[in-house]
Structures are given as C-alpha cells and as structure tokens.
Ligand binder design. Structure first.
Ligand code: NAD
Length: 361
C-alpha cells in the first residue's frame, strides 16, 4: 500500500528533522507493509528564495493531492533575516496561514506527554510528576475570538476596542466529533473546557458537545470551566485524556500543558480537517540558531509522523511502534543537546533518527 505524503522541509532545522522523520516512516513501512510516497514542496523562506512568495498555488495543489502533509518548520531569524523586511503577507509565516486555510484545517491537536525518562525536566513537584501524564489538547482553530469581527473606535471621547466571539453549532459539532473519535483511540475520556457560567458561546458549546456525546456512549464526558482547567493542569495533570476546547482557551491551555512537560523538542502537533487529511508538524519553530549543525532534536517531528500514520492512515500499530521506539531510545540513554543531562550519551539529529528507526519492532 502506498501512502501519499507531501513534505514541507521548510527553513532552519526543518530539512534536517524532516529527513529523520522520513527515515523512521520508511522503516515502519518495511515492517508494517506500507510504502510512503513522499513529494517535497517549498514553503516559507525556502519558497521566497526560489519563487518570491512563501507558498505557490502549485505547491498547494500538490499538498491537496496527497493524503497528509508532514512539515518541519518555517521562518528565519526575525531580526536579521531579509525575509522579514518584506510586507507581512509576503513573509514566511504567510505561507503557513495560507496552507491552513486552503486545506480547511479546523482541529488542532497537541499532545503533552511526560516521559518517565525526562521527568527531571518537568517543572512540577515530584509528587505530581511521578504519576506521569499523557494529554491530548484538541483546539478549535478557525473560529472564536481570533476570527470574529473586531474594531477600535471612540465612544464618549474614550478610545474603545471590541472583539467578538462567535461559534455556530456546526463549528462546534465538527470539532467535538473529532475529539470523541480521538478519545476512542486513547483512554476514552473527553474533558470539554468552556466558560459556560459567563459566556453564551460556551453554553452553546456545552449543549452541542452533549448532543455529540450521545453517539459515543463508550467515551466518558466531563465539563470543566477554563479557569479550573488551567489550575488542574498543574495540580493533577494525570486526570486528563482529551481536552476539547475552543480557539483561545486552547491556545493558552496547550502552551501551559507543553510547558509542564519541560521539553519543546519532544512535542508533536497535528491540524486536521473533516476528512482523514491532516498537516503534521512539531510544536517548535525552525530554530535558525542551530540550523545545519546536526544537533536539533528530531523527536517532535518523528512523533508528528507517528500521529500522521495513526490519524490519516489508520496505521495504529506502526504509530505505536514508533512511539515505543522513541521511549526505548530514551531508556537506552541517548539524548540530543536540548534534553541532555549528566550520565547520558549525547547524539546529533541524524544519529537520533537512526537510533529510533533501528528500534522499531
Ligand atoms: P524556536 O522554537 O524555533 O526556538 C526556540 C529555542 O528552542 C531556540 O533556542 C532553538 O534552538 C530551540 N529549539 C527549538 N526546536 C528545537 C529542536 N527541535 N531541537 C533543539 N532545540 C530546539 O522559536 P523561535 O526562535 O521563536 O522562532 C524561530 C523561527 O521559527 C521564527 O521565524 C518563527 O516565526 C518560526 N516559527 C515557526 C513555527 C512553524 O513553522 N509552525 C512555529 C513557531 C515558530
């Protein structure tokens, strides 16, 4: 079976980390009986240098023709790179916004997983971190406050600003369905986070999530207010499985959850639409300060590729095997510079990719 995957190596460390993710997916394919069919496209600074724009229509068409997109990261040093002398709609990041829109990616998934082997990097107290945690934050990506009508005006001689938070039931339903489907592949619990004691949009959110829950009797649903959720994430993160929430709450909570894991080079992410299609990328940026040095941590991208196999291709066993190989490499004592501590073996980006590929069973 051929898996059609468009790759965006991008800028900075992007090409290095994507090469390692490809290596690992190819190895998983040999064992689990699929062949990845990779096609690279340019995006971000790499595309500006060749085509003068951060993303061409041809590149979008290639991405649309695939079943999934695997991305490294885009962008350069925002103070020194000439890309940032261009108008905002011509800069590297404009490519990312354009592709998200073109592919209608409305659901953002960010796992926050504490590896036992990296527990020392967790900023929480040991009595909390020792329980470990494995949370999937599912954030609505195209509605809410960030996309509502906004204006700044003068009223009664005072400068005044307004933003609006709107959701319709269809926008809530489609992300809720994704949340329950993903919970089914995990520990079968959804915590829907809102501010239903104050906001009308949250009250509608709650009603629609309850309606969707009826189709998933095997998944436990609970509701939690966002302020409580922010507190619970540092008090008892082990209680969560899938956190389902709207755009701005998800933006804030996913950053909080990733901070409590303590290691940015380990955090994967996915953005999905209402088909099996998804764009998979690490949560970190293009790290131009360490580009081309073979020292970047490729694990976030490798774990993003595992999410791709799970969610876009239903290759759950291959995804499990990649995740297990990552754990095994950490257990065997190998570390890239960003997660290095005394007593471990320091390896570069390419070596880390090879060590993980070798451990896929
Ligand atoms: P960054 O995440 O690239 O880097 C922050 C720090 O973390 C740096 O010291 C970097 O060396 C380190 N780091 C990041 N990933 C690492 C890895 N895999 N291994 C080892 N160390 C790693 O954030 P930044 O410096 O604020 O941004 C750099 C560029 O990335 C900017 O142009 C920014 O716009 C872009 N960016 C892109 C995306 C994206 O493509 N989705 C996301 C965030 C930032």
């Amino acid at each position: 079976m051929n898996l059609k995957i468009t790759c965006i190596p991008g800028d900075g460390i992007g090409p290095e980390i994507v090469a390692e993710a490809k290596k690992v997916v190819e190895k998983a394919g040999e064992i689990y009986g699929f062949t990845p069919d990779f096609t690279d496209i340019l995006m971000g600074g790499a595309s500006i240098d060749v085509h003068g724009v951060p993303l061409t229509d041809e590149a979008i068409a290639t991405a649309k023709a695939a079943d999934a997109v695997l991305m490294g990261s885009i962008g350069g040093n925002t103070t020194t790179s000439p890309w940032y002398k261009l108008p905002p709609d011509k800069r590297p990041e404009a490519g990312l916004l354009k592709i998200r829109k073109a592919l209608n990616l409305f659901a953002n998934l960010r796992p926050a997983l504490l590896y036992e082997e990296l527990a020392a990097a967790c900023p929480l107290k040991e009595e909390i971190s020792k329980a470990g945690f494995d949370i999937m934050i599912m954030r609505e990506l195209t509605g809410g406050l960030y996309f509502g009508e906004r204006k700044t005006y003068e009223e009664n001689g005072l400068r005044t600003a307004m933003d609006t938070l709107t959701y319709n039931e269809e926008e809530i339903r489609r992300i809720a369905i994704k949340g329950f489907e993903i919970a089914r592949k995990r520990k079968k619990k959804v915590t829907s986070v809102d501010k239903a004691n104050v906001l009308d949009s949250s009250r509608l959110w709650r009603v629609v999530v309850e309606e969707v829950a009826k189709d998933y009797p095997d998944v436990t649903l609970e509701h939690m207010l966002v302020d409580n959720c922010a507190m619970q994430l540092v008090k008892d993160p082990a209680q969560f499985d899938v956190i389902l929430t709207e755009n701005m709450f998800g933006d804030i909570l996913s950053d909080e959850a990733s901070m409590v894991t303590g290691s940015i080079g380990m955090l994967a992410s996915a953005s999905l639409n209402d088909t099996k299609f998804g764009l998979y990328e690490p949560s970190h940026g293009s790290a131009p300060d360490i580009a081309g040095m073979d020292i970047a941590n490729p694990i976030a991208t490798i774990l993003s590729a595992a999410m791709m196999l799970r969610f876009s291709f239903d290759q759950d066993k291959a995804a499990d095997a990649i995740e297990a190989a990552v754990k095994q490499v950490l257990k065997d004592g190998y570390r890239t510079g960003d997660i290095m501590s005394q007593g471990y073996t320091k390896v570069g980006c390419s070596k880390m990719g090879s060590l993980i590929a070798e451990r896929i069973r």
